[in-house]
Write a protein that binds this ligand. Structure first.
Ligand SMILES: [Zn+2]
Length: 421
């Protein structure tokens, strides 16, 4: 596709093209040739790590794999051993993934360091780039394993978790070339980090709708997940009169519609999703007696999310009671929202404005490694527009100009970074 000729005021660097080239190279490292799948501790995950280590070293960094398989690069400041500004993202993927979720942030960070290195520029702090080994949590059903190991919140019981094939994480680590007994060596401390900044694709349509390449993240929304079970009475679809039925699936349908309506009428960023449902016995001619479904509720503010969850639960209780259904609701997952640090967010916004882009703030509805890093560092994020807001899908796409815009802003942020007073 041909691009329009850049007008004199349109700035563009070579960073975008370099980043996009690497996105495609890494995107070719997959378990399956036809689609991109690169799961934690798989052989292709290891090949990707080795490739990233090479690129980090070419960018002038000392690079190594840490104890959980994170790819770590360090570019010293104007003297060795200084605390670092840490940049990064993750290099694992979901199944049948896009190429940009994770690697865009990682390669943008590497490109920024390479640029400093080419100019011989040293800063009054070190810059570290980290590629987290597991953010998506596909293999062992537990997310943020890489960043949790760094933040010191990795639960060692997870070493015994098994994947679909029955392989334990500790055995997969050995296969990858890691020593599970040394996992504690990945831990970093608060004194080593001045800040953690992550550039990531938006994974939603808001920037595109606003015709903007970049967004400054205000907060990573917290989430509550629940498992709901409605029990009624199975029966013959032909013989039980409507008034005498206790149809668990009809009750679930009413509950789902109530969740949607409740969230739609919220003006404070609340989103609610029922992403899974199962009806038993599951036959055309049988009234469903047992239905399980999940709920995923997110909001930028924790207090708001908690109130919304309580409200939604009450509504489902009312529906169940009216229909004579037994209701069981369990919270299966809960994480707090992670606000981006105001002082750091201000520096991101300053860099966006200095590169000539409007400063647009938005919350992140998706989870990110900052949720773990907040335990040892202040966190900020910069979002880059992705086509159609599509993510976790092979159609995920970022324009080179947008990748370049993100790189210029990140580089400016790094060069002008001031540690918190
Ligand atoms: Zn991601």
């Amino acid at each position: 596709m041909s691009k329009t000729v850049a007008s004199p005021e349109t700035k563009r660097s070579a960073l975008g093209a370099e980043i996009v080239g690497r996105i495609h190279q890494l995107g070719a490292i997959s378990a399956t040739p036809a689609q991109l799948t690169r799961i934690f501790l798989s052989p292709e995950h290891r090949s990707a790590a080795d490739r990233i280590l090479v690129w980090m070293r070419e960018a002038g960094m000392a690079a190594h794999l840490d104890a959980i398989g994170n790819v770590c690069g360090r570019y010293e400041g104007d003297r060795p051993g200084l605390p670092c500004l840490m940049l990064g993202s993750h290099y694992d993927t979901v199944r049948d993934a896009g190429k940009w979720d994770g690697p865009l942030g990682l390669f943008t960070a590497i490109a920024c360091v390479a640029d400093l290195n080419r100019r011989g520029r040293r800063l009054p702090f070190a810059v570290e780039v980290i590629g987290f080994a597991d953010e998506e949590g596909v293999r062992f059903s537990s997310t943020l394993l890489g960043s949790r190991a760094v933040a010191g919140t990795f639960d060692e019981k997870l070493l015994d978790a098994r994947d679909r094939a029955g392989i334990a994480m500790r055995d997969a680590m050995v296969e990858f070339g890691l020593d599970p007994a040394r996992i504690g060596a990945a831990v970093r401390t608060r004194g080593e980090l001045l800040a953690y900044v992550e550039l990531h694709i938006e994974q939603g349509p808001v920037l595109e709708q606003n015709n903007l390449p970049l967004g400054v993240v205000t907060v990573i929304s917290g989430a509550t997940r629940l498992a709901a079970k409605l029990t009624g009475m199975a029966g013959h679809a032909g013989t039980v009169p409507m008034a005498l039925r206790r149809d668990a699936l009809a009750g679930a349908a009413e509950s789902i519609a109530a969740v949607e309506e409740f969230c739609k009428n919220d003006a404070a960023g609340l989103v609610g999703t029922v992403g899974y449902i199962d009806a038993k016995p599951g036959a055309t001619n049988v009234i469903p007696g047992l239905v399980s479904f999940t709920l995923d509720i997110r909001a930028p503010a924790d207090s708001h999310r908690k109130m919304a969850v309580a409200d939604i639960v009450r509504r489902i209780e009312v529906i169940a009671k009216r229909r004579g259904l037994a209701l069981q609701l369990d919270v299966t997952h809960e994480n707090r929202s992670v606000p981006c640090a105001p002082w750091l967010k201000a520096q991101v916004a300053e860099a966006v404005a200095a590169e000539g882009f409007p400063v647009f703030e938005l919350p992140s509805g998706a989870g990110h490694d900052g949720m773990a890093m907040i335990d040892i560092s202040d966190v900020a994020m910069l979002f880059v527009r992705c086509r159609g807001g599509i993510s976790h899908h092979p159609d995920e796409h970022v324009e080179t100009d947008d990748a370049d815009a993100g790189a210029r802003v990140l580089l400016r942020l790094v060069e002008n970074f001031r540690a918190r007073e």
